[in-house]
Structure formats: C-alpha cells, structure tokens
Ligand binder design. Structure first.
Ligand code: MN
Ligand code: MN
Length: 273
C-alpha cells in the first residue's frame, strides 16, 4: 500500500498486569513508559517505510484497560480486543507480562477465526503449566495452540529450549527458528490473518536491558526490523510485552519498544506491500 493509500485504524491498548510473571514483577508499569518514549521529542512519528503515525496511519490510543489481577482479567482483555477488531480496528497491545497474548489471540480468533502467529522471544512459552500456574507468562502459546486459536506458530530467537518445551513444540507443530540458526531470510512469514507478538527478551540484553529475564546471545533490533520488513500484508494485531522499567537503563528499552510499536503500526495500518 502506498503512503497515500487508505489506512486501517490502529488502536493502541495498554495492559498493566504482571501477576503471572515467574521471576520478577515490574512489567505492569510498562505501558505509560512506552507511550512516553513514543511521544518523546527524541524522535519523530515516522516508521522506516515512510508511513507516519497519526498522518498516514490512523492511530488512536485508547489508554490502559482497568485490570485488577483478578480471574476476570483475561476476559477483559479478550473482550476489549474483540470489540476493537469487530469495529474494524487493528489492536496493538502494550504489556504487561506475556500472559496477555493468550486472551488477545482468543479475542482476535473470535472475529477473524484462527490466526497465524509470528512470535519473537528468547523463550518458547509453551509450558503445560509453570509453577502450577496455567496462565503463567511461560505458557501462553500452549493455551493458544490447545484452544485452536492459531493455525501456524512461528517462533524466532528461541535460546532456552528444554526437553519439555521441545516436546510441546513437536506436539503443537510449532515452527521454531532457534537463535543459533537465525538469519532474517530463514524466518518463514505465515500468511494472513497474521498476528505478531514481540517479547522484548528476544533481543540481546545489550539492546534491551529492561526485561525481567536477561538471556544473552539474542537478536539485535535490526534483526527484528529485518524480519518485520519482510511482512507484506496488513496484520490483524500485535503486542509488545515484558518491558520492565525497573530493569531499564536510561529508558533505552522503552525507546526500542516505541520503535517496534511504530513499525508494527505501519504493518497494521498499511503493510509494506
Ligand atoms: Mn521471554
Ligand atoms: Mn515470552
């Protein structure tokens, strides 16, 4: 779609919750910090495709959902995403811990049917349960695949694959591009309807220190952008999760998150095609 083409409406939604984190809390305070980086005068509103937020891309920030870490939160997330999608918007969600992706995808699948997922992470997040918590941020993709809410799941940047998660990946037919095998060209880009989930710990801690789980040997920012720029069609939604401001240095990880929101918004609002 050209810069002058019609754009879909992008809807930014914050999800301030981190009660399903397995190691450190802190991701609940991420959404306002990412918003501040997005609107900071340190940069402008242009994505690398040339599409500009709020100009070429219709961009609406509807604020944070009122989450209270009760059992009602997943339904609140699912219903807000369904409402945005049924209204014709493309939701981009700011975590929060990675638990949120399961109800987000449930909400999208209710409107679009099963989606395909491109997932960036150091971890496969496929645990059957983790420490007895089936909603753990280590388990969302097990929940999504069990529910049939995704057809294809492509995971990129994985470098913590243990025996259990390897068995889970085989069980669900997950296409895993482990970090040791990563090249931009090696990543299969699934067809529409495509959802993109970015756990910031997919990045090497050198690029994104503000995460709870530092896992050395990861992706560069340019690696992720290189994969995103191979996505041609508009996407149906995306999330950027696991930013932990308490672990950040000079807000540099918030800046990375904001950059990714701009690039995802360009994909949501028009695509690279
Ligand atoms: Mn992770
Ligand atoms: Mn994750």
């Amino acid at each position: 779609m050209s810069i002058s083409g019609q754009s879909r409406r992008v809807c930014l939604i914050g999800l301030p919750t981190d009660s399903h984190s397995s190691f450190l809390r802190g991701a609940a305070s991420a959404p306002p910090a990412i918003r501040a980086a997005l609107s900071s005068d340190h940069s402008n509103r242009a994505s690398e495709s040339g599409l500009e937020l709020g100009d070429d891309i219709c961009f609406e920030d509807i604020g944070d959902l009122p989450l209270d870490e009760s059992a009602a939160d997943p339904a609140r997330i699912r219903d807000a995403v369904s409402a945005a999608a049924s209204d014709g918007a493309v939701p981009i969600l700011l975590g929060g811990d990675h638990m949120v992706t399961s109800p987000i995808v449930a909400g999208l699948a209710a409107i679009h049917g099963p989606v395909n997922i491109l997932h960036f992470d150091a971890h496969p997040d496929l645990y059957d349960d983790f420490d007895g918590d089936p909603l753990s941020h280590a388990s969302p993709f097990a929940r999504i695949m069990e529910a049939g809410h995704a057809t294809r799941l492509v995971q990129v940047g994985i470098r913590t694959m243990n025996r259990h998660c390897r068995e889970q990946a085989a069980r669900f037919g997950v296409e895993v591009i482990e970090m040791r095998d990563f090249t931009v060209a090696a990543v299969p880009i699934p067809p529409a309807p495509l959802y993109i989930s970015i756990d910031l710990d997919a990045l090497d801690p050198a690029f994104a220190p503000g995460v709870s789980h530092h896992e050395p040997g990861g992706l560069s920012v340019r690696d992720i952008l290189g994969v995103l720029h191979r996505v041609t069609g508009p996407i149906v939604g995306a999330d950027v999760v696991e930013y932990n401001p308490a672990r950040d240095i000079n807000g540099m990880t918030a800046t990375v998150a904001a950059k990714l929101v701009k690039e995802l918004s360009a994909l949501a609002g028009g695509g690279n095609g």
